[in-house]
Design a protein around this ligand. Structure first.
Ligand SMILES: C[S@@+](CC[C@H](N)C(=O)[O-])C[C@H]1O[C@@H](n2cnc3c(N)ncnc32)[C@H](O)[C@@H]1O
Length: 251
């Protein structure tokens, strides 16, 4: 050990405890964001860091896994699609945003008997094709949705989940118009049996295997209001406070 490590406070026992100036669990923390460059974007505040804590008045904020609609609104304003497909609609957040923006939206959910992993079902929902598919799938079994065994959250192993998730991505590719985009909001999570499940990695892997490529930056969405923020974990973990919105187009 050198003299500097001996005198460095981070090496002393006293500083292994929580620092006295650490924020209390319910206290908001304000971080300074990097300055964004000026661009020709119609939505200048839409950057790779989506930090807004207001989800907007869309869908039902009480629905498990509800994602807030402001990010969807900003993406639709940026990409200006003519027809949006929302095949895992949950409480109808995307539908509400489209209604406000006067964009046609066709939606379905396993709760209504619509299975997004079926290419026939996706084709019949999409009709002549969609130029924007928005999807916020289950993060495997982090939250359970329908009792229907076709619900992705009901798959009993990670391999089964990934097979059905791959089927969904392939079905989406089939209904995408040539310059269309598939936009997926997904997050990693810590499973009680498997440990860390890197679903963002798997999403990109499966999308590239289906012939897609990423067409713009990841958008890191800060998870304001997530139910996991209110939990107490016994072990030492690094809490995940974000999920990732990925935009794909044909390769
Ligand atoms: C994370 S939630 C979406 C919540 C939605 N973004 C909102 O704001 O309310 C995931 C949704 O996927 C649906 N789902 C799961 N498996 C499905 C499948 N095979 N086909 C269609 N929907 C499915 C669930 O019922 C659930 O509503």
């Amino acid at each position: 050990m050198t003299a500097s490590t001996l005198t460095n406070p981070f090496f002393s026992k006293r500083h292994r405890a929580i620092p006295s100036d650490a924020p209390l669990p319910n206290e908001p923390v304000y971080a300074k964001l990097p300055q964004a460059p000026r661009t020709g974007s119609p939505v200048p505040h839409l950057t790779s860091l989506y930090h807004h804590d207001d989800g907007g008045d869309y869908g039902n904020r009480g629905y498990p896994g509800n994602c807030g609609g402001n990010l969807i609104r900003d993406l639709l304003t940026f990409f200006r699609p003519r027809m949006v497909l929302d095949p895992m609609s949950g409480s109808g957040t995307c539908q509400d945003v489209c209604h406000e923006l006067l964009i046609e939206c066709r939606s379905g959910d396993i709760h209504a008997g619509f299975d997004a992993t079926s290419s026939d079902a996706m084709r019949s929902l999409a009709g002549d094709g969609a130029d924007f598919v928005w999807v916020h799938p289950p993060y495997w079994r982090q939250k359970l949705y329908a009792t229907d065994c076709r619900d992705l959250s009901r798959t009993s192993t990670l391999i089964q989940f990934l097979e059905r998730y791959a089927a969904f991505i392939q079905a989406s590719v089939q209904v995408l118009l040539p310059r269309g985009r598939l936009v997926i909001l997904m997050g990693d999570y810590i499973d009680r049996e498997v440990g860390l499940v890197p679903l963002v990695y798997h999403t990109k892997r499966l999308a590239y295997e289906a012939g897609l490529r990423q067409s713009c930056t990841d958008i890191i969405r800060f998870s304001h209001g997530a139910s996991s923020s209110r939990k107490v974990y016994g072990g030492a973990i690094i809490p995940m406070l974000h999920d990732v919105c990925m935009t794909f187009e044909r390769g």
